[in-house]
Structures are given as structure tokens and as C-alpha cells.
Write a protein that binds this ligand. Sequence first.
Ligand code: PEP
Ligand code: MG
Length: 568
Amino acid sequence: MIIEGIGASSGISIGKVFKLQKEKIVTSNQKIEDVKREIELLEKAIKKSEVEIRKIRDKTVKTIDKKHGAIFEAHLEILRDPELYGETVKIIKDEKLNAARAFQITVNNFVNLFEEMENEYMRERAGDILDVSNRVLAHLLNIGIKDPGLLEKEAVIVAEDLTPTDTASLNKKYVKGFATETGGRTGHSAIMARTLEIPAVVGTKNIMRNTEDGDIIIIDGTKGLAIINPNQNQLDKYKDLLKHHTDNIKRLKKYANKKSKTKDGRTVELGGNIGSPADLQGVTDNGGEGIGLYRTEFLFMGKQYCPTEEEQFQAYKEVLEKMKDRPVIIRTLDIGGDKSVEYIGSKGEMNPFLGHRAIRLCLEQHDIFKDQIRALLRASIYGNLKIMFPMIATIEELRDAKKMIELSKEELIEEGVKINREVEVGIMIEVPSAAILADQFAKEVDFFSIGTNDLIQYTFAADRMNEKVSYLYQPYNPALLRLIKMVVDASHKEGKWTGICGEIAGNEKMTPLLIGLGIDELSMSASSILKIRENISKIQYKDAADIAKKALNMNSSKEVEKLLKENF
Ligand code: PEP
Ligand code: MG
């Protein structure tokens, strides 16, 4: 059976299905009579959770490091906490409540208590308690927990949806690919898949209904297909394709230490997009000349609390030190849209992508924004940092955001902390208003980086997560090309530069067009860098500029695609 979807991360994987089904944890007020039995159930659930967490801890120590393993050590301590157990048993006995509800009440009381504490460390423990208790509750309610973190064999994950946090926690060693029912090419799970270099297909309607655990599945992330229980012919064909793909990767290695230069000598910087310090290796292995986009929100996701200034500082410092003098563009927090975080931001918005997102949220939640800016400035002396604001729509937003940098600089200098006072500041061009007013913005920033994932969704008014309107994701459309051109020209006029860090930067077919439009930098998933460098080495800038000029005067994506096909 072949299920069509949207190719989210190219490459091919063949493996066995591991279905990730998530169930909601809902407890009831049901009274019980057999108190002893209920206490036994509680003890059993705690024991089971203990065994599992120990396993996860051991695996984490082995595959990551001791420091990460310690998180689970702390979880084990919570599980063994005599008060947590004692209070639950008391409620079961006094109120004759079932164990699950009694446990949930106790946990909530604990969490509330911890959340109100002055000490930040103690406040953070509230999140850990919730994490652990969900596991115990799932056992009490007989909800099967399928933990991709516990995978011990290679598998292909099939799920209705994977949150960006789920994707970030996937273990590349075992997860060979994934297919989800929802999502679009520029949704953040798809982006994470490309960062992790895991072949993936999204928007595969009904795949959950049509697969069983252990089925053989082929993921064709390039064409956007999932083939379930393939026949021998299909298997043979895909094994060949897989080999071809691997050979191609080997062939491209020769571009790893080369400059990105057109035939007639125009250089274009190629950077990598990352979501955490762990993604750096992929970028350096693939010859990235810098980091064009560090999506810092992944530091905030999958947690129950905001990372502290110190935690952030350590992460930024690590990236800057490892990249030495190569540029590292760190984007400030972009929460909202499809990247939600439990503890920040508005819930239940009608249109999250048009809502309280990114810089809008930061300019309101000053404490969170300030922690991040301080952490960035402290890290600024460890490498070549550039700070970038996402989703800027108006000049006032830019000025307010820059004020936060100035304020934090003054504060840190007063505290005697060393910082780079000249750190460059740029903005993402993601909202059409900023593209249209780029000539004005160019006077007040050091650089632009065009976020085409969002710029396309806002230009065509088409939700990037909704597969029904994915036909409006039109990167070749002259409407978008004209916006790009306006931004590039505006920046050059002021002696500044423009890059692209949206997914089109890694689109092989678009390289001549983007170079022809005068783009100075492209930043993409690590796995695309070498291919794009090869493409650039085959282009004459002069020819590309002529073609781009023609494309700007066409009237549809189709015409532009045809023009490119005929010329490159
Ligand atoms: C973009 O919008 O193109 C971009 C790079 O930002 P994100 O995908 O994180 O929204
Ligand atoms: Mg964006």
C-alpha cells in the first residue's frame, strides 16, 4: 500500500513500524471500597515507573552523557519521596478515592507548593514532578506509554502528529524515519527531521489506521511517499535508491572544505540552521561556514520552566566557542505558531500564526526577553555572535527590541561583566510589512535574513501547517521573488547584507534564482549544504542574474519553474 504525503526530509529509509499513540490522562472521582488493593495498585505503578526511568537513565548515560542521566536520577528521587507516597495513601484511606485521583491531587498540591517557592531551583522541580507523575498515572490508568526514548531497535515512527519537542528527543541511532498524518513541509517537526537528517513524510492521511506495529515500511522523504508492506519489486527498487543516495552523499564530501563560489567568482556564504548545540556537528561535518539560524526556542521546549539566564548562557557559549571565529546568528525566542510552550504565551488563540508570537511575546514578557538578551551578551565574547529578532513587523518593534539590548548592555557593564559592545543586530524578514519597508529597516540594522517559511505563509495567506492549502506554498511565485529582490536591494543600498534562512535556501532547484536575485548568504539544514555548494560552483552569476530578472516579470510559479528547468 502506498500512502502519499508531503516530503518533509529527503532520503530513504526502510524499517519496521513503531506506532506512537498518545492518550490523554484523565482521572475520575470514583470512590473505592478496597483501600488495601488501591494502595497495592499505587505501589505497583510506582515500581513499574521506577524500572522504566532506571532504564532511560542508563540509556541516556550510555548514549549521551552522565550530566543528562542525572536528570533521571532526580526523577527517581521524586518517585521515592515518602511524602508523595504518604499523602496519596492518606487521601485513599480518608476519602476512599481511587489511587489515580488521589495521586493526582497530591501531585498538584506539591507542584503548587514548589511553583510558589522563591528559590528558582526549587521552582524548576515542579516540572520534574509533573513529568514523573504522568508516568505513574499512565500506569494506574492502564494507558500504554510508548516511549521513543526507550526504543532499543531500529524503527520507523508512525504517528498522528509529532510535536517539535517529540522530534527533538528522537534518538537518531534508532529512529530511521518517520511518517505523520498532520503537518506541512515547513512545520517545525519537518524542519527538525531535516536537521537530524532523518527521512520523513508528513501529511500522510490515515497512515495510523493502515499500519500495525512491526509492519515493514519504506519512507521516501524525497517524493513524499510511505509504502507499507512493500512487495519484492518495490523493496529492491528502494534498496537501490538508498545505495544511490548514500553514494551521492560520499561524492559531495569533496566540497566540504571549499568556498562557495560561482564560476565567475561571486561568493555566497553557506551556513547551517540549528536547534541546539548538539546539531553543530552536522553543520561542521558538512562544511558549513557559519550558523545562519540558531532557533533558540528549542531550549525552552519540552521543559516545564524557562531555562535560566545561566543555562542559556552555557548553550550559547558552547555554540560560539565551537564555531570559533565563524559567524553565529542566534535568533531570539520564537514561541507561538506551531511551537507552543506550556509555561509561556497565550493559549487557545484563533490564529496562532497571526497571534501572540515571537518578538510580540518577548516585548510583552520583558523578564523572559531580558534573561535571553543578557545570556546572549554574556556569551558574545566567546565568538562571532550576531543577534537576530524574529517576526519584526514594524519599526517600533525593532527599536523596542534594540532598547532591550542597550539596557542589558548597560546593566552588565555596570556589573563588571565583559561583553562585546559592538555585537551586530539583524532582523528576520518574515512579515510582508517588513519586506515592503526594508529600505527604512536597512538604516537601523546590520543585516537581514529572510524567513521564507513565514514570509510565504503571510504573503499567500496560507497556514504553513495546513496541508489543504499547501498548494499555496509557492516559493517560485514572482510575488515572493519581488519581495526578496526589494529586501536585497534595500540592504545593499545601505551597505548591508541579506541572507535566507527559510527552507528554500536548501532547495536545489532554486539556487540559481536566489543567487541571481543577489542573495549574500544561505542558511539551511546541514544535509543540504554540500549539494547547494556544488550547485553554486556550476553557475555563472551573470547568467543567473539575467534569469532572475526575467522571473521577476513573469506571472506564475509555473512559468518561473519552467524558465529554470530550461536554463539550468
Ligand atoms: C522562517 O520562517 O523561514 C524561519 C526560518 O523561521 P521558522 O521556520 O523558525 O519560523
Ligand atoms: Mg519564521
